[in-house]
Design a protein around this ligand. Structure first.
Ligand SMILES: [Zn+2]
Length: 444
């Protein structure tokens, strides 16, 4: 892969020191960031290059003057396979919503999963998300295939329900695990784009035996374990009625919570529940828009962070959000705390970190992605800064979290490859193939 040098952008690194470079230079080699430094004159030669600079044929140069550069955004929770149902169930709380969603999703073909995933990944890349955690019920290998084809990083696994509020659902976990493993072998995934996990839907729609089997399968395959947990008050009531404890306590008693566990939502936690998270090292995916839209509540996320729990942001699906924009998610995460809890402790910087480095930590990928620093994958978003006034670190943060829109994205890079260029997905050159995926031509 050719060397890439991106000069003159205002860089929010999201690294350990939260460095800001007013005019930065990012050097990329082999898909990874080789160097991040100030570029005061914007004309310095590429480090290690012969005197006089690097010939154009050896190196792609990008002048990012007038752009803010952030790490690629990381979406910690979504269900891309539901993307074609956007707008289908807009005005229900979680449990009635799930009852209505069930019959719409109990049988989906690989072709339907593929089309829905295509639209979800396209929307994600076009809005600056370079890595998603996709929570499947079917065909994780198909999701991985689409992600690799579009050049998107995907952390994929299955979290099936075994029942819908007492009515048993057919499921074959062994088959799902086999297809999850297969996701690692799809063409293009070998560039490190695809990683896998295993999981279960929830403590209220899975049997205890199944939950423990699924956690054992994750441990056996050396994978993280994912589950929706403590999402709404109805869940707390149902679990208390069935088992006499909180959802978090019940999950802990089944052995589901440890350092390899990611719990999604976590809206209703007691002080003891928070201590359990801290003690076990379990991580959280926080989905404020979905929690608001489904009337589930507002997670006290500043308390979780203060307790030392790792929390990353996620959009959830297009049926409960209804976009996959991490820009919207960052903004809403901050504003909802202020509006509902009168809590201003969560800042723009916190929101950006929860969508980048802390999201990467939630997914166990913090050594590879989530910040702009040497050695990491070159997953980058360049935003055109068109608003008047000088750009400072505070101003850049403020613009990214409170004001940025998807049409300001100049370019998106994944592993050093430009996968989005001014609102266009660069991998779509083979139009016939994509017409088949979009359903405009029959699949072969
Ligand atoms: Zn979910």
């Amino acid at each position: 892969m050719r060397r890439l040098v991106i000069d003159n952008g205002a860089v929010l690194t999201c690294d350990g020191e939260d460095r800001y470079l007013a005019r930065g230079r990012i050097v990329v080699r082999g898909g990874r960031i080789a160097q991040v430094m100030d570029s005061p004159d914007g004309r310095a030669d590429v480090p290690g290059a012969p005197p006089g600079g690097v010939a154009d044929e050896d190196c792609d140069r990008v002048d990012a003057g007038g752009c803010i550069i952030i790490p690629g955004l990381v979406n910690c929770h979504t269900h891309l396979w539901l993307s074609l149902l956007r707008g289908a169930l807009d005005d229900l709380t979680l449990f009635p919503w799930l009852r209505r969603l069930g019959p719409l999703t109990n049988e989906l073909s690989d072709a339907e999963v593929l089309r829905a995933t295509y639209f979800g990944i396209a929307e994600s890349l076009l809005s600056g998300t370079t890595c998603l955690c996709e929570c499947c019920r079917y065909a994780p290998d198909v999701s991985a295939q689409v992600a690799a084809a579009l050049g998107c990083r995907l952390v994929v696994g299955g979290m099936p329900p075994t029942e819908l509020f007492g009515a048993p659902l057919p499921h074959d976990y062994g088959h799902l695990v086999a297809r999850t493993r297969r996701a690692l072998d799809i063409p293009g995934g070998d560039r490190g784009l695809i990683s896998v996990w295993m999981g279960a839907h929830s403590v209220y729609n899975c049997s205890a035996d199944f939950l423990q089997d699924a956690k054992r399968a994750a441990d056996m395959h050396d994978c993280d374990f994912y589950i929706h947990l403590a999402e709404c008050r109805d869940e707390v009531d149902v679990i208390r009625e069935r088992y006499g404890r909180t959802p978090v306590q019940y999950a802990a008693d089944l052995g589901l919570l440890d350092r390899r566990t990611v719990a999604v939502h976590c809206v209703w936690l007691t002080d003891d529940d928070i201590r359990l998270f801290r003690r076990t090292g379990a991580r959280m995916a926080h989905c404020p828009v979905s929690n608001a839209k489904l009337g589930s509540g507002v997670a006290p996320v500043t308390r979780y962070r203060a307790a030392g729990i790792t929390v990353g942001l996620g959009t959830d699906s297009m049926v409960s959000n209804n976009t996959l924009s991490m820009f919207q998610e960052m903004r809403f995460a901050v504003l909802i705390q202020r509006a509902v809890r009168q809590d201003v402790a969560l800042t723009a910087s916190d929101a950006l970190r929860m969508a980048t480095i802390e999201a990467a930590r939630t997914l166990g990928l913090e050594r590879e992605i989530g910040s702009i620093e040497s050695g990491k994958q070159a997953d980058l978003v360049l935003l055109r800064s068109t608003r008047p006034g000088p750009v400072t670190k505070e101003r850049a943060l403020s613009d990214v979290v409170y004001a940025a829109q998807r049409d300001e994205i100049e370019a998106v890079y994944v592993a050093g490859e430009r996968v989005v260029s001014r609102g266009r997905l660069t991998r779509l050159a083979d139009t016939e193939r994509w017409e088949r995926i979009r359903g405009e031509r029959p699949l072969e």
